[in-house]
Design a protein around this ligand. Structure first.
Ligand code: DQA
Length: 143
């Protein structure tokens, strides 16, 4: 089983950026924890981060046939991107949306997700544990 983890804009700045919302951990350390959990669960895992909407669309398109499941934090594109939603719909690879912060407890504009309705589900508010919970969720869903 192969899982792809996709992170959107500004998530490369984790550890330094808005620590009150996103915690102190870096994306590298989240990915290291995910890699360890994936190996414990006996699944393959790969990672992609981009600040560019089109690159995220291209990566999702290339996931079709190459990955069994997706964990995606579209970051700010969650609230704006019909293109990412359409890409998820087109490829039909099961996906879990994750957020470090509880987007439903923040500004009004963050409460809308264009991508969550085309995912299996959404996990938000557990900081880096959102990703680890999402890995358990997608693997259990696929098994
Ligand atoms: C985020 C929430 C988004 O609203 C924000 O734009 C982000 C991070 C989160 O993980 O909590 O960049 O996706």
């Amino acid at each position: 089983m192969k899982i792809l983890v996709v992170n959107g804009p500004n998530l490369n700045l984790l550890g330094d950026r808005e620590k009150e919302n996103y915690g102190e951990v870096t994306l590298e350390s989240i990915n290291a924890d995910l890699r360890a959990l994936a190996s414990e669960m006996g699944v393959e895992i790969d990672f992609f981060q981009s600040n560019t909407e089109g690159e995220l669309v291209d990566k999702l398109q290339s996931a079709k046939g190459n990955f069994d499941g997706i964990i995606i934090n579209p970051a700010a594109y969650t609230h704006t991107s019909i293109a990412l939603r359409d890409a998820l719909l087109a490829i039909k690879v099961p996906a879990v949306e994750v957020h470090l912060s509880n987007i439903h407890a923040r500004e009004e504009f963050r409460k809308t997700s264009y991508t969550a309705p085309v995912c299996i589900g959404q996990i938000a508010g557990f900081k880096k544990d959102s990703y680890l919970l999402a890995l358990r969720a997608i693997v259990n869903y696929l098994r």
